[in-house]
Design a protein around this ligand. Structure first.
Ligand code: F6R
Length: 261
């Protein structure tokens, strides 16, 4: 696991966008996995700018959602697919069929997780998966405790997550759907590169748990410690509780140019 402490949330976004830029420039048919929530928004804005400047193209890209609410009209403005379209895909040169989403209609729910896993496998797996982290250490909708081997499945959102997401639902946690379909922790670990972004001091405890704590189902993000290529990009505030911050800074300073993120 590589930990990069950026001076600001904006700098964190620039670093994350750089990883996308390199992948999109180098791969024939890049496959990316995207998260919603507040953390990736500055990265999406940076990618939109780079696309307008001609530095980045999504023309050959397949995009998989990390998770989606269940029980919410897919066309609702806060469904994960609507958010990803609005915040990124509609503003770049992604073809209309680029986005792959899990089936969330009641009739297809029982078979949706397996079907979604198959679609990821058929695309050749995910090259770069962007992640946020919840205050309770969740990734996707994998709430604690989530098996570190879990696959795409239906899950129930923790009360804390519904509270945190209430801002998108008229500030009313009761309006936040109670269930979601999410790539499992084991599914996420199969992506070739994981990029977790966390900014702000509300994330400092979960970041410390994920990076320096034991690998445990109680902190699903700690599973990133098991991944051969996981990058955690944080700002100073999110890194406030890390015991080894100086070491991470030193490691970044000593990186060779070719060891880019
Ligand atoms: C979003 C997702 C969630 C968020 C997490 C952090 O697709 O799966 O795990 O990444 O809840 O949310 P923010 O970034 O809003 O703090």
């Amino acid at each position: 696991m590589e930990v990069v402490i950026a001076p600001s949330a904006r700098e964190a976004a620039i670093i994350a966008a750089g990883a996308f830029e390199r992948l999109l420039a180098g791969a024939d048919r890049p496959v990316i996995g995207l998260a919603t929530g507040r953390s990736p928004l500055p990265t999406y804005r940076e990618l939109i700018e780079r696309c307008r400047d001609g530095r980045v193209s999504f023309a050959r890209t397949r995009v998989f959602l990390l998770d989606e609410y269940v029980g919410l009209d897919p066309e609702h403005s806060q469904s994960c697919r609507s958010v990803i379209r609005r915040e990124l895909l509609d503003q770049v040169d992604a073809p209309s069929g680029a986005l792959v989403v899990p089936e969330c209609a009641p009739a297809g729910l029982a078979t949706a997780p397996e079907a979604y896993e198959r679609r990821i496998a058929d695309a050749g797996g995910i090259d770069l998966q962007l992640l946020g982290i919840g205050r309770n250490g969740h990734i996707g909708f994998n709430e604690p405790p989530s098996s570190l081997g879990s696959r795409t499945r239906l899950t129930t959102l923790a009360a804390a997550t519904r509270e945190d997401n209430a801002g998108s639902f008229d500030d009313d946690p009761e309006m936040v759907p109670r269930q979601g379909i999410t790539q499992g922790v084991g599914t996420i670990l199969e992506a070739r590169h994981l990029l977790l972004i966390a900014t702000g001091d509300t994330k400092s405890a979960s970041v410390a748990g994920a990076v320096e704590g034991p690998v445990t189902a109680m902190v699903p993000a700690s599973a990133l410690q098991l991944h051969p290529r996981a990058t955690v990009i944080i700002d100073e505030a999110a890194g406030r509780e890390l015991q080894h911050a100086d070491y991470y800074r030193e490691a970044c300073r000593n990186r060779f140019v070719w060891q880019h993120i």
